[in-house]
Write a protein that binds this ligand. Structure first.
Ligand code: ADP
Ligand code: MG
Length: 545
């Protein structure tokens, strides 16, 4: 007696729990909500989203990862999809919408299979097999690209810009982007690496976007502290100082009592001498330029100007670090310790007016390759979206140069992979075959979403694409969303780095498999519990403003 059917409670009161198919269903619908949120922004005819944060600030963007970073996602499974976008963004810099759509579609397909009693572990292993095969197919269909092929690299940059507002000035921006990336690319044993930290942007409103300028060097948003300082310095010897050109005020608020005027004079003289000494110290190292991270006392400014030294104060820490890296100088914490060998060099430093502001251009650098894009545009929102688009563009050029491999877009690669995956699935057989076929269909969501966003019939488009891919007729056949026709994407110059697809397929698979294998969600008290199936709350897991 006693045991009966009474449940044994092992969880704390208030803990919520979702099990089995309920858990899977809830997780998957939350994740799909995320992919549905970005679907309509895919491709050159995708729509922009206006995001308004709790402070009322507005962002207008088409960038998948920006959209997902800004919306406040609560559901744990939905968060995993946001992670997919973030990973894509850090690893490749483009293809974020694609990766999230793929993950959402893999999950949607898995739900149908779970419903027909295919076990999630079988689906997971089928998806893993499909991913491995897809990676191999992708490698096989990739075409080579060399760093010297400017035209092709510009096409790659252009494809990334197609879906952005700046696509009207695509030629112009592609040129800038390719020049920028090639300038900072480093070669080692025939392999290239590009450190994107060596590309910086400076944004200034007031001019039109095609006045955006590539500067081979650094732009520091500073002017000399004193009007008598030089505005053009050739063969600059640069002191980088992280210490104030000021006399340290005593730590404690001390009152200095001065009773007689000679005492005051002595005191001021002492201060003047100390500042003069600091400037002499800099002068004797041969420096003709000073970038100071801290303040510069008026008197010190005067002495520096008299010595013909350019000096800027309160330079940002990040700018100081870039200056150190690009000029080969060392940042010094004590002015007295500055030595000639700590100085950086630049062939030319120039102060130029940009939109009424003086800015300092540090160019002709020998120590390191670094470039700056001075982005111009009408408003702050425009500048931000141009910057996001340029970051996408130079990211794809970077990975194309690093990998030396590209594929074609417009859904062409996805359809080719889907077709070859179906051949492969037949050879695997069993229940996993169903999952591999489902994976193939999920790949086709790329061309169908591109078609939907162009107002075309996705089924018609897909049928035509499959037809053209069949029997190896044209692996580059993809959708031209502007004509609605299936065309050769190489001919249309719609090319993308191989790494976009590689990473997107990989992380979409990982996320889908991970979410799929969860059959029990145990949430501590106070944690938001995954919302119920659709029909209940309108957007499960996505906080609404
Ligand atoms: P993501 O965030 O995934 O990069 P995008 O909105 O940038 O999303 O859209 C990328 C998709 O648009 C890719 O599938 C790419 O091949 C496709 N695409 C871009 N330009 C064209 C074009 N001119 N014709 C056809 N497809 C294009
Ligand atoms: Mg893109």
């Amino acid at each position: 007696m006693g045991m009966g059917n009474a449940p044994i409670v092992i969880l704390k009161e208030g803990t919520k729990r979702d099990k089995g198919k309920d858990a899977q269903f809830n997780n998957i619908s939350a994740a799909r909500t995320i992919s549905d949120a970005v679907r309509s922004s895919l491709g050159p005819r995708g729509m922009d989203k206006m995001l308004v944060d709790s402070m009322g600030d507005v962002i207008i963007t088409n960038d998948g990862v920006t959209i997902l970073k800004e919306i406040d996602v609560q559901h744990p499974a939905a968060k995993m999809l946001v992670e997919v976008a973030k990973t894509q963004d850090t690893e490749v810099g483009d293809g974020t919408t694609t990766s999230v759509i793929l993950a959402g579609e893999l999950l949607k397909k898995s739900l149908d299979m779970v419903d027909s009693n295919v076990h999630p572990t079988v689906i997971a292993s089928g998806y893993r097999l499909a991913n491995a095969k897809a990676q191999q197919i992708l490698e096989d269909i990739a075409e080579p690209v060399s760093i010297d092929n400017d035209a092709l690299l510009m096409d790659i940059a252009g494809t990334a810009m197609n879906s952005k507002q700046i696509n009207n000035s695509k030629e112009f921006f592609s040129r800038l982007v390719v020049d920028a990336v090639k300038t900072v690319a480093k070669e080692e044993n025939g392999k290239y690496t590009v450190d994107l930290n060596n590309i910086q942007t400076v944004k200034k409103t007031g001019a039109s976007m095609d006045e955006t300028e590539l500067v081979k060097g650094l732009i520091i948003d500073k002017e000399p502290v004193h009007s008598a300082m030089p505005k053009v310095i050739k063969d600059a010897k640069i002191a980088l100082i992280d210490a104030p050109f000021e006399i340290k005020k005593t730590e404690i608020d001390a009152k200095i009592e001065i009773n007689d005027p000679t005492q005051l004079n002595a005191f001021l003289e002492e201060e003047e001498n100390m500042l003069r000494k600091m400037v002499e110290n800099v002068k004797k190292t041969g420096a003709n330029v000073v970038f100071c991270q801290k303040g510069i006392d008026d008197l010190a400014q005067h002495f520096l100007a008299k010595e013909g030294i350019y000096a800027a104060r309160r330079v940002k820490k990040s700018d100081m670090e870039k200056l150190a890296a690009s000029t080969g100088g060392n940042i010094i914490n004590k002015i007295a310790e500055l030595e000639a060998e700590d100085l950086g060099t630049a062939g030319l430093i120039e102060v130029k007016k940009v939109q009424g502001n003086d800015m300092t251009f540090v160019t002709n650098l020998k120590a390191a390759k670094s470039v700056s894009l001075l982005i111009r545009g009408g408003t702050g929102h425009v500048l931000d979206e141009i910057e996001r688009s340029l970051i996408d563009a130079w990211s794809v050029v970077r990975v194309a140069i690093e990998d030396g491999k590209i594929v074609t877009g417009g859904g062409s690669t996805a359809v080719e992979i889907a077709m070859q995956l179906r051949d492969y699935s037949a050879s695997v057989g069993g229940r996993e075959q169903i999952a591999i076929d489902a994976f193939a269909s999920a790949m086709e969501s790329i061309p169908t979403t591109l078609a939907e966003n162009a107002g075309l019939d996705p089924i018609d488009v897909l049928i035509e694409m499959r037809k053209q891919h069949k029997a190896g007729k044209n692996k580059f056949a993809g959708l031209n969303p502007f004509t609605g026709k299936v065309e050769d994407m190489f001919g249309l110059k719609v090319v993308e780095p191989y790494r976009i697809g590689k990473q997107a397929i990989n992380s979409a698979t990982d996320a889908a498999v991970m979410i799929l294998r969860i059959d029990d969600v145990i949430a501590a008290r106070g944690m938001p519990m995954p919302a119920g199936p659709p029909g209940g709350t309108p957007m499960p897991g996505v906080a609404e403003e």
